[in-house]
Design a protein around this ligand. Structure first.
Ligand code: NAP
Length: 325
């Protein structure tokens, strides 16, 4: 089969189209003929070895031990293992494969355990479905599990126009809250169109300095020191951060320990947990039309390297998708 192989760490040109062995499913797995995949920061970090310690986590000092990148997948079940019970050949599925599986989805086929996938939303294309799993699940778990989002709250999403943020705005609205989305000038209208009640242009205004306070802040990246976020939070508010520098993540973790003693503002670093139940929850939100994936660009598999250049240079609106079939 054809696959995009990360030949060594570096810029997108290290991603090369190669012929590799087609995988065969183990007893509890299904073989998926991939129709589409999508790029997440996680893939970019693994390609660039950024931060450096990814080399240790990804198991290779000079190149990733598992050289096929890609976590999100949408496709059709082609074959099933002898103990696989949930799916049958021909089923259209989507899901996300955690790094620990050692499998990548920038390829024509991938094998996955059944609990990593579910049936694809009936109203979405494969490309739209592939844009969803990792980013939307991060947004969902950040808001619901870490943030304990409650109807009527005031919620701010810092980084509302990217992969995680575009889902976070829509999922937050589905929970019945008042949403403020923060992004750059060029994306304000798009974030408003996703349902944000208020938008703030970070190029013109610093939301941590305007006197407004929120019940819940989800920052897709750190962007500000934690003291700024705490100032923009109500006394009992919650700050959830998905990504950022090691220092920012460390600060958030440290603050959490402090908060556990004072019982006031709480901070969390999202730690994404793969969950078939959450995937089904998202499928239902997508089928209800409350959430739609935003796709900035769609590239054929052979142009995955170009797609990564775009991802790296342009700050896409929503997701960048790889179309395999
Ligand atoms: N913890 C976990 O389990 C987990 C899981 C998934 C992802 N992540 C992390 O989540 C992070 C976000 O991923 P993503 O795919 O959503 O990234 P992304 O697509 O690059 O989006 C970045 C967002 O931040 C905005 N932004 C840029 N500079 C900003 C600033 N100074 N102030 C406020 N907003 C700013 C961008 O707005 P403009 O484009 O309008 O400039 C965009 O909305 C990554 O660090 C990733 O590693 C963590």
């Amino acid at each position: 089969m054809k696959a995009i192989v990360c030949t060594k760490y570096g810029p997108p040109k290290v991603l090369q189209l190669k012929e590799v062995a087609k995988p065969a499913p183990q007893d509890d797995e299904v073989l998926i003929k991939i129709h589409a995949a999508s790029i997440n920061s996680r893939d970019w970090r693994r390609m660039r070895a950024n931060p450096f310690f990814i080399r240790l986590m990804a198991g290779g000092l000079l190149k990733p031990k598992n050289p096929i990148l890609g976590a999100d997948v949408a496709g059709q079940v082609e074959a099933i293992g002898s103990n696989a019970k949930q799916f049958k050949p021909g089923d259209e599925v989507f899901g996300y494969l955690p790094s620990a599986t050692g499998r990548g989805t920038f390829a024509e086929y991938v094998c996955a355990k059944e609990n990593l996938i579910t049936l694809k939303p009936a109203n979405l294309t494969f490309e739209q479905s592939a844009a969803v799993p990792l980013a939307a699940m991060t947004a969902l778990q950040g808001l619901r599990d870490n943030g304990n989002i409650q109807r009527g709250q005031k919620v701010l999403i810092n980084g509302a126009s990217g992969g995680v943020g575009t889902f976070a705005v829509q999922i937050a609205k589905a929970f019945g809250v008042e949403v403020t989305g923060v992004c750059s000038t060029r994306n304000l209208e798009m974030v408003r169109s996703l349902g944000a009640d208020h938008v703030i242009d970070y190029q013109k205004e610093d939301f941590t300095q305007n006197g407004q306070q929120y019940d819940l802040i989800l920052a897709v990246n750190g962007y500000h020191p934690i003291s700024d976020y705490l100032r923009a939070l109500n006394a009992e508010g919650t700050y959830v951060v998905a990504g950022g520098s090691m220092f920012q993540l460390f600060q958030a973790a440290l603050q959490r320990r402090r908060a556990s003693k004072t019982g006031s503002q709480i901070t969390y670093v999202v730690s994404l947990v793969q969950s078939q139940k959450d995937l089904i929850f998202l499928k239902e939100l997508l089928e209800s039309g409350k959430v739609i994936p935003i796709i900035d660009g769609c590239y054929p598999l052979r142009k995955t390297s170009e797609a990564f250049w775009y991802f790296e240079k342009v700050h896409p609106k929503g997701k960048v998708v790889i179309s395999v079939v």
